[in-house]
Design a protein around this ligand. Structure first.
Ligand SMILES: Nc1ncnc2c1ncn2[C@@H]1O[C@H](COP(=O)(O)OP(=O)(O)O)[C@@H](O)[C@H]1O
Ligand SMILES: [Mg+2]
Length: 394
């Protein structure tokens, strides 16, 4: 069927009506934003594997709290930003852009004053233009500036600031120290600051930040996102295929669920590949098996380093990979050896060294001979390539 008609959104933020699960996390974040609107400052950290749905959750809660609490949302992606000045510039620029078509646009624009300029064809886009000394001032007066902005915006509204993809920033001790000083200034002050900050990033990034500024460990409300449960993945597929008016038998749906490992990014890629493989809206098992294979190719190309794929395809390693992808995400050398044939045992140490070097496996600190896949995505991808689809032989 055509890609345009696909009810899946690989690589894109999911529209709110297709959002599935995460009820507890939504509830927690929602009450943090509600607390902020009464002057209780919150700072949260959403962590979880790549592709687990961190950005989507943050985006969904932003939409929800804008609707029901009239929160002022700003979702800034800091992927390419590595210093504090860049972060402030990007954040206020995003605040301006996100406010377009929102009721608080006028207030944000007034607040930013002469620093806003019109760019693009016919001046269709707005951009924030701050000189470096102004960014430096903003660094020192951040809390004061946020309060001033909030004073312009109606009472009982909070600013929900989502700092997403903080990869580059996590290694900046200047950013870590600044963040701590912002938290201190807000919590020690008599004045209320209707602000909720939500940082979003991998667990390694949170640890990195804490290494730079250990007292940050205590300030973050931690929201760790787990894989979807089987029921949630089932609901996701059921909802998506129904919205595309396609039918899949219940047994086939249950099998598909297993391949996703609860990782939303995989659920979308697999769903989309099956959609493209299927001839008609009555989707058959063979089409699902072919779709899974197509999905594995797409995922390999999008998310994995070509060297790993090359090394894995080497004939010597196929049966080793078949065995270890059938084990838990973390295993020891001794456990793996028990499952291997004599031939495989002979090349196993070489295999481990090679995979480690390429980043397909890593050592587990503190466990002798302990190895693990760097993330769930790698393991699930390897499984898709090396385990046979239960329906493929039928
Ligand atoms: N709760 C959800 N419901 C439906 N799709 C989701 C959900 N969470 C994530 N996705 C989808 O999974 C993919 C990865 O999500 P994303 O939020 O980008 O993950 P992360 O930020 O953790 O890397 C996206 O295509 C997104 O649309
Ligand atoms: Mg993300």
């Amino acid at each position: 069927m055509t890609p345009e008609s696909s009810p899946f959104f690989p690589g894109r933020t999911v529209p709110v009506e297709s959002f599935v699960g995460r009820t507890r996390e939504i509830e927690r974040l929602r009450s943090m934003v509600r607390g902020a609107s009464t002057g209780r400052f919150w700072i949260g950290f959403v962590t979880g594997e790549r592709g687990i749905g961190k950005s989507s959750l943050a985006g969904f809660v932003r939409w929800l709290t804008e609707q029901e609490q009239r929160a002022v949302g700003c979702h800034v992606s800091l992927g390419g930003v590595s210093d504090l000045g860049g972060m402030l510039n990007t954040t206020f620029d995003r605040l301006l852009k996100d406010s377009i078509e929102r009721t608080w646009h006028g207030q944000v624009r007034d607040f930013l004053g002469d620093h806003v300029r019109k760019v693009g064809l016919f001046g269709a886009t707005l951009e924030l233009n701050l000189r470096s000394e102004e960014v430096a001032t903003l660094e020192r007066t951040f809390v004061h500036s946020v309060r001033q902005l909030l004073n312009r915006i109606a009472e009982h509204r909070s600013l929900f600031l989502i700092l997403d993809d903080i990869n580059g920033l996590a290694d900046s001790s200047r950013f870590a120290n600044w963040l701590k000083s912002v938290v201190d200034e807000i919590t020690l002050s008599q004045d209320r600051t209707r602000l909720c900050i939500l940082m979003v990033g991998l667990e390694e990034r949170r640890r990195q930040l804490i290494e730079h500024q250990p007292s940050l460990a205590r300030v973050f409300e931690l929201i760790d996102i787990a894989p979807w449960s089987d029921e949630e993945v089932y609901e996701f597929y059921d909802k998506s295929f129904s919205s595309g008016e396609a039918t899949v038998s219940e047994d086939d749906l249950r099998l598909m669920v297993l391949w996703t490992g609860g990782l939303p990014v995989l659920a979308h890629e697999i769903g989309d590949a099956i959609w493209r493989t299927a001839q008609t809206t009555t989707i058959r098992r063979q089409e699902i098996a072919a779709g899974i294979q197509l999905a594995a190719q797409v995922i390999g190309g999008k998310f994995l380093e070509p060297q790993i794929i090359g090394a894995m395809r080497s004939g010597r390693y196929l049966s080793i990979l078949h065995e270890i992808t059938d084990m838990p995400m973390q295993f020891t050398r001794a456990e793996a050896l028990k499952r291997l044939s004599q031939d495989d045992k002979e090349v196993f140490d070489h295999f481990l060294r090679r995979m480690k070097k390429l980043g397909g496996l890593e050592s587990v600190p503190g466990i002798r001979g302990g190895y693990r896949f760097p993330n769930l995505l790698h393991l699930l991808y390897f499984k898709m390539v090396f385990q046979s689809w239960p329906g493929s032989s039928s």
